[in-house]
Design a protein around this ligand. Structure first.
Ligand code: HEM
Length: 462
């Protein structure tokens, strides 16, 4: 096996390629490198480097957990300032990851998620009513309202906390603090440490925001301890759960880390997915029509119920195809466990950080053919989806990999199918500006930017 050098664009001293990265839209900057350098390339940043891979074959190779493991890269290192070794940001060898993973896996299982249906339904109703009441001429900021929906849903279902975002113009201080915290964590990861040290005002805001996040979560825990309930939610699971392996319980600090983690991981991603799904359906009205027909056939005009959730295969396919074209977490990090050779010719050393660039690997023409860029939900219907995953493993990877894959996937799926069904059942949609072309807003996740829709009540609401 020969060893070829990994292609590498030129960069600057100290700053490396970081000046080539648009801090407001890193994904777009990476895409430009993909156009120039193709399947694999290395970028250098202050004090670190990162190898990007952009094809199904290389992503598949790097998903082998015997050779590679999740890497806490760049912005995740900074996010640890707020949530430490919480589930998302923990290194695999940190004991709190294994402990929280074992305690929480059952709590994210099918039965507990199903038992959250009524609360998810309640928040979905709030969104549907809001849009209905605005009337057919109102310009609806779809992405913002989906964010209200997903934030309120995860907070209510996981810890019995109500943000009531649909009833305030101003978002709860937690929400603003979280947004700034994520943006600044991303920005810090692009700067040399000495520059960050100089930014005293930004630093003060950053640590103040972290304090707001932690105090809010501590308040929720305190409240629950003062007023015990019989809710079987994620907070209960963390407060009462005992690790079957070690007999340990989670510490209060670890519970705070994970409550904040759920609020962050549990809402940005899902709201982005819903925004992109509506964008795609409105751009391809025949898919919107098919989805609506499925809802009319399966649910009719009565209430959306739990037993409908696995009877809407077309809507599931719409969501899968949406996440293929627009993975809301566009990149995931791994690192080499040992010195190794990848792609049959590139030698890398133990600890080498990689970015699996899903935003491109899920657009691999060797997997999806000539129609790779088109929105075609049919190719994601159950049978096709199973075949795809067998024939081209890891070609569809929006929920991450292996034991570090998304713990909240069943939660997100139930929530998204429910709200899609309810919206399509009750409202008719159109693009506010029919000429709108997709633009992205990126923090840790990506969402559609400047995307406005209109909604009109269908014949009577349910
Ligand atoms: C992990 C995507 C919804 C909680 C992940 C990862 C991805 C992902 C790609 C792996 C990240 C990595 O490798 O660094 C998504 C998408 C979602 C979604 C696309 C919605 C469409 C949720 C929800 C929750 C959640 C609703 C919480 C209720 C988590 C947690 C982890 C995680 C805690 C870390 C798991 C671990 O490492 O043990 N998610 N997620 N996610 N997600 Fe999600």
């Amino acid at each position: 096996e020969g060893s070829a050098p990994i292609p590498e664009p030129p960069g600057w001293p100290i700053f490396g390629n970081s000046l080539d990265i648009d801090p407001n839209f890193p994904m777009g900057s990476i895409m430009k490198f993909v156009d120039q350098y193709g399947e694999i390339f290395r970028l250098r940043f202050p004090g670190r480097n990162m190898v990007f891979v952009t094809t199904q074959a290389l992503v598949h190779e790097l998903c082998d957990e015997s050779r590679f493991q999740k890497g806490i890269n760049a912005s995740l290192v900074e996010v640890r300032n707020g949530v430490h070794d919480g589930l998302f940001t923990a290194r695999l060898d940190e004991p709190n990851w294994a402990l929280a993973h074992r305690v929480l896996m059952p709590a994210f299982g099918p039965m507990p998620i199903q038992s959250m249906f009524d609360e998810m339904h309640e928040i979905a109703t709030q969104l549907t009513l809001k849009w209905a009441r605005h009337g057919p001429d109102a310009k609806i900021a779809a992405t913002d309202d989906f964010t209200r929906l997903t934030l309120d849903t995860i907070a209510l279902c996981s810890m019995g906390f109500r943000f009531n975002s649909f009833y305030h113009d101003e978002m709860h201080p937690f929400v603003d603090a979280m947004g700034r915290f994520l943006t600044e964590s991303g920005a810090r990861s692009q700067r040399p440490a000495f520059l960050t040290a100089w930014k005293t005002a930004a630093n003060k805001q950053y640590w103040d925001d972290i304090a707001i996040l932690r105090e809010t979560a501590e308040g929720v825990i305190h409240e629950r301890k003062q007023h015990p309930t019989n809710r079987r939610d994620l907070l209960t699971a963390m407060l009462e759960g005992v690790d079957p392996k070690t007999g340990d319980k989670m510490s209060d600090a670890s519970i705070v880390d994970n409550l904040i983690t759920f609020l962050i991981a549990g809402h940005e991603t899902t709201s982005g997915m819903l925004g992109f799904a509506f964008y795609q359906m409105l751009k391809h009205p025949e898919t919107l029509e098919k989805a609506r027909q499925e809802v009319d056939t399966v649910i009719g005009t009565g209430p959306v119920r739990l037993e409908h959730m696995n009877k809407l295969p077309y809507i599931a396919a719409v969501l899968r195809e949406t996440l293929r074209l627009s993975p809301t977490i566009p990149v995931i990090g791994v690192q080499a466990k040992k010195d190794t050779i990848i792609g049959g010719k590139y030698a890398v050393q133990e600890g080498q950080p990689f970015a699996l660039f899903l935003a491109k690997s899920q657009l691999d023409p060797t997997v999806f053919g000539e129609t790779v860029l088109d929105f075609i939900p049919d190719r994601m219907l159950d049978d096709n989806f199973d075949r795809l995953n067998k024939e081209f493993p890891d070609s569809w990877k929006p929920f991450g990999n292996g034991q570090r894959a998304c713990i909240g996937r069943p939660f997100a799926w139930q929530e998204a199918i429910l709200v899609m069904a309810m919206l399509l059942q009750n409202l008719e949609f159109s693009m506010d500006d029919p000429e709108y072309q997709l633009q992205y807003k990126q923090t840790l996740t990506v969402k559609p930017k400047g995307f406005y829709i209109r909604a009109k009540i269908r014949n009577g609401m349910n």
